[in-house]
Structure formats: C-alpha cells, structure tokens
Design a protein around this ligand. Structure first.
Ligand code: AMP
Length: 322
C-alpha cells in the first residue's frame, strides 16, 4: 500500500466521527464517491459515525441517501472532502469545525485546503481514486459500493472516451465488475435513461448552436426556451459531453439562465484550447478540457464566450494541421 493510502487509512481508524463532503452543484462522480466511501467505512467499522453530507439532488437518489448532521454535536471529527479543488465550493459543512481534513480529488490543484492532500489530476475521477484506496486496503466493498464506484468512473470518463482513461482505469473497472458481480446494463440505465423532452432540448441546442469561424460553438439558453422544453438550468450539463467529436468544434459552451439563483450557469468543453484558466477569470474553474462557471451579468457571459473564441483562434493558428 502506498504511503498516502496508509496515512488516509490511519486517520480513518483514528477518528470516531467522520464527515464526507463534496462540491456544490454535484455530479455523479461527486455523489457516488462520497456515498461509496461512507458505506465502505461504515461496513468496515460499524461503530464509527460516518456521514455523507451536502444538498440531496433528487435525480441522484439512486446512489443513496445523504445524511443530515448537527455539526455542533460532532466533536473531534475528521472531514474528508471529495472532488473539490477549492474551499469555496465545498457543500454543506463548516470547514473550520473539523480537527483534521483530508482531500481526495482529481481536479487541478488550485489551492491546498487539507492537512492531507491526495490529488491526482491524471485520474479519470474521484471514484477511480476511491476505488484504488479501497482495493489496496482492507476497507470493505460490496455490490452497492462497487456499483457507485463504477458509475462515477463511467460518468466522469464519459464512458472511457476522455484522454484521462488509462489501462489502470480498465483494470479497476474489470476488478469491480468481476469481483462484485455488477450488472452493467442495469447500471447504464440508471446513468443514461432520460426523458424525451431532454432529447428534444438537445436537438434544439444542436439546431441553434452558433459556430464561429474559429471553431467555437455556443448557445445561450434563456428562461423561455427552458420553459418550452420543460427543463431546468441543470439540464444542459447532462448533454454538454454529447457535443464532443464534432469536426467543426474545438471548444463549445452553453449558458443556461438559472432564475432561482439569478445566475448564468456555464458549461464549457474543449478538445483543443485549455479552458480552465479562462473559466477561472469568470468565477469558474474545473479541468483543462471540462470547465464551468457561474456568472451574474449577461455581459460577462459574452466576454467569456469572446475569450473562448479567441482561444480557439490561437489554437487554430498554432495547430494549422489540426
Ligand atoms: P460541468 O460543466 O458543470 O459538468 O463542470 C465541469 C467541471 O467544471 C467540473 O469539474 C466542475 O467541478 C467544474 N466547475 C463547474 N462550475 C464551476 C465553478 N463555478 N467554479 C469552479 N469549477 C467549476
């Protein structure tokens, strides 16, 4: 077992109260990793109090139910934060309450936020990192834990299409499927089944996306169009990856107006220019080729899209044969 895994296991053994958090606006990897780790620690150490916290998102209930905690009653607690690159995006905990903090994450390291950092930017997903931890230690795994880990890896690697997918990813996936008897077809339904109105909405995006001469594709989705297709501001996130491999696009972005929070939710993907540094100028961040942002003013959305278009132009000029 590697030194970092030994240190993580030592801390898990040491603390009786353990809280596992992840990022705001969660995705399958964030939720699946926290529930898998919670359930594994509970199964291995039944006497410990282990909680997975944060806003419960209805569409992710099939990973498991999150816990409500009263932090003031949790003394000397360990906090494990998963899939979060910066403090500001941790959901549902008062960071300063905890005695010791561990972070496990695959985002680029933007700031040190924990006493113990296990960050692997090259990993497909936090679920892949948790799988490595569980498979190389004596933390227990069962069918439900393995199913969650499988779903998180599949979701964040975009079904093994992204360049972060390595032979190690396939080895872990094989072990999970073989050793824990996973019914992968059933699991794919959980992840990919969607209502017809979302498919129609995706068609609307394809038909109305603007593609610039620099190979940047973008669309602004306003309240009216989202009402017409009966989708909310998070719907576009589910389909941004489906626009990969389009010959005319180096980079593409959606802006969806979230009326409840009076904010523009931005999804950005690229297979050319690096986008997370651009997103970070607009209250955003993420991975080199998969980023997001939350923007208050529409003018700032235009500025961001303009920057992304320029990044495409620069990429195009530097890769004339691309
Ligand atoms: P999404 O397009 O929502 O799937 O997000 C893609 C990536 O960008 C994920 O790794 C997110 O954690 C990250 N991300 C999304 N929104 C933000 C934000 N406002 N700030 C920092 N990172 C973000």
């Amino acid at each position: 077992m590697s030194i970092i895994f030994k240190k993580i296991i030592k801390s898990i053994k040491q603390y009786e109260n353990i809280v596992i958090a992840r990022h705001i606006g969660p995705d399958p990897d964030a939720v699946a990793s926290q529930i898998a780790l919670r359930d594994s620690i509970r199964k291995t150490f039944p006497k410990k109090n282990v909680y997975a916290v944060g806003t419960q998102v209805a569409k992710f209930k099939y990973y498991g139910i999150l816990d409500k905690i009263d932090e003031s009653s949790l003394n000397d607690a360990l906090l494990i934060i998963l899939d979060v690159p910066n403090k500001a995006r941790i959901d549902g905990v008062n960071y300063n309450h905890y005695k010791y903090v561990i972070r496990i994450d695959h985002h680029p390291n933007v700031e040190e936020i924990a006493n113990l950092e296990f960050v692997d930017e090259k990993s497909t997903s936090t679920c892949e990192m948790i799988s490595e931890l569980l498979l190389s230690s004596n933390l227990k795994i069962d069918n439900s834990i393995a199913s969650n880990l499988f779903l998180g890896i599949v979701a964040d690697s975009d079904r093994f299409l992204l360049s972060s997918t390595t032979p190690k990813t396939f080895k872990i996936i094989t072990t999970l499927i073989e050793n824990y008897n996973l019914d992968i077809n059933k699991l794919y339904y959980k992840l990919y089944e969607r209502p017809i109105n979302e498919v129609k909405f995706q068609s609307y995006i394809a038909l109305n996306m603007i593609v610039t001469s620099n190979n940047f594709g973008y669309i602004k989705l306003d309240k009216k169009v989202m009402e017409e297709f009966k989708v909310d501001a998070s719907a576009a996130s589910n389909m941004i990856n489906n626009f990969n491999f389009i010959k005319e696009l180096y980079c593409w972005a959606f802006s969806s107006y979230d009326e409840k929070n009076s904010i523009y939710k931005i999804n950005i993907r690229s297979r050319g220019p690096i986008i997370n540094e651009i997103a970070s100028k607009y209250n955003g961040g993420g991975h080199k080729y998969a980023s997001g942002a939350r923007i208050k003013e529409e003018q700032e959305v235009d500025n961001l899209f303009n920057d992304l278009d320029n990044a495409c132009l620069e990429y195009k000029n530097n890769n004339k044969s691309a």
